[in-house]
Design a protein around this ligand. Structure first.
Ligand SMILES: [Mn+2]
Length: 374
């Protein structure tokens, strides 16, 4: 039977088998070796779950050692709770070297090594498994990029079924299933944006999950700092037709996630479909989060059109179907001591770019007066 015919008769199955086999073959090259699963950016539940799933599969396939590591803060309270409640062993690193001899890197829920991992480029990337649209072709021995899944966790559920079936009676296996379910639900906004493949994956691990733990994990807490930032966003909110934007002023690095939380909140306003919340993070970057449920807004494209690219041609922003983010270094300007003035500059530049991109006239008259920075 031809591949096409088989695919017709048993939807998904042959492709799933092939991909899992390819993944296993790549990992086989690391038999007896040390693989670093390097999370990019601030680890989120999907990335963390996939990392421990890959570590589990790797172990079964004879990889001698796996380390899961990240190089940015584990900044979200819920992400710290995930690591704590599941008793996960995650390492925070600045270089790969500090882990001793590492033979390969593996990327999950990302397709590039974190640029802040100083010597990340010196190591071969063995596998890439991700659902973010790549800006450039990802380079690794094995690549599985799927834009049609709501979470990378869905892909790992598939791998687990083919390569290392989870045992409902084993504590570790239950933990992995629980983490994957949590990753699935957070990445799909509680399954609102889930595809059929995501539902299928959730169904396959539902009986193995620890329900009590899952409930603890999904308790959506809002930190007091996030509430403050949401209040600032509401105060500064500017609405143009179905587009809303809000500049929240200065935010510390540890609290950067509050910008995304404010955007999650604002996009629920019923008369808009897209919003952007932005601020100056750690006096180093203008950072912003975009949230949309508009069919015509593609976050990575929209953000690139609004903010362009850096001198190396890399877009300042990226994202997926319903959300995106951007980060623009402010460099030397970060030293400006008059924060009100600095904020005014940032506010003006960002608002102009956003209004232009949303098809509005960015003349000063339509700019909402900036809120005093904090
Ligand atoms: Mn993800």
């Amino acid at each position: 039977m031809t591949e096409a015919a088989r695919r017709l008769t048993v939807p998904n199955q042959p492709a799933a088998e092939l991909r899992a086999r390819g993944f296993a073959e790549a990992l086989a090259a690391a038999r007896g070796k040390h693989v670093l699963i390097a999370l990019r950016g601030h680890p989120d539940p999907d990335g963390i779950a996939c990392a421990i799933a890959q570590a589990h599969i790797a172990q079964r396939l004879g990889v001698a050692q796996t380390t899961v590591a990240y190089c940015h803060e584990l900044s979200h309270r819920e992400n710290r709770a995930l690591v704590k409640l599941l008793g996960l062993d995650l390492r925070k690193i600045k270089t790969v070297r500090e882990l001793g001899k590492v033979d390969f890197l593996a990327l999950v829920d990302a397709h590039e090594v974190d640029p802040d991992l100083a010597d990340g480029g010196d190591y071969e990337v063995l596998t890439i498994v991700d659902h973010h649209r790549p800006a450039s072709p990802p380079k690794a021995r094995f690549v599985d990029m799927r834009m049609d899944v709501g979470a990378t966790a869905t892909i790992f559920v598939e791998y687990l079924l083919e390569l290392a079936v989870l045992d409902p009676d084993a504590e570790e296996d239950r933990r992995i299933a629980t983490a994957l379910m949590h990753g699935l639900s957070t990445d799909t906004d509680d399954f609102t944006f889930a595809r059929s493949t995501d539902f299928r994956a959730a169904g396959q691990i539902a009986e193995i999950c620890d329900r009590d733990l899952l409930q603890d994990l999904s308790r959506r807490l809002i930190a007091p700092t996030a509430m403050d930032v949401i209040a600032r966003a509401l105060q500064a909110l500017g609405v143009r037709r179905n587009f809303a934007m809000a500049g929240v002023g200065f935010v510390t690095e540890a609290e950067r996630d509050t910008i995304a939380q404010a955007a999650d909140f604002l996009v629920r306003r019923e008369d808009i479909d897209t919003c952007v919340v932005y601020g100056v993070v750690g006096d180093k970057y203008i950072e912003g989060s975009l949230r949309t449920h508009s069919a015509s807004v593609d976050p990575p494209v929209w953000l690139e059109q609004a903010f362009g690219t850096d001198e190396k041609g890399r877009p300042y922003g990226g994202g997926r179907r319903d959300k995106g983010g951007f980060r623009i270094p402010i460099g030397f300007l970060g030293r400006v001591t008059d924060r009100a003035q600095l904020w005014q500059l940032v506010e003006h530049a960002v608002r102009t770019a956003l209004l232009r991109q949303s098809g509005e006239d960015p003349t000063p008259g339509v700019l909402v007066p900036p809120v005093a920075p904090t």
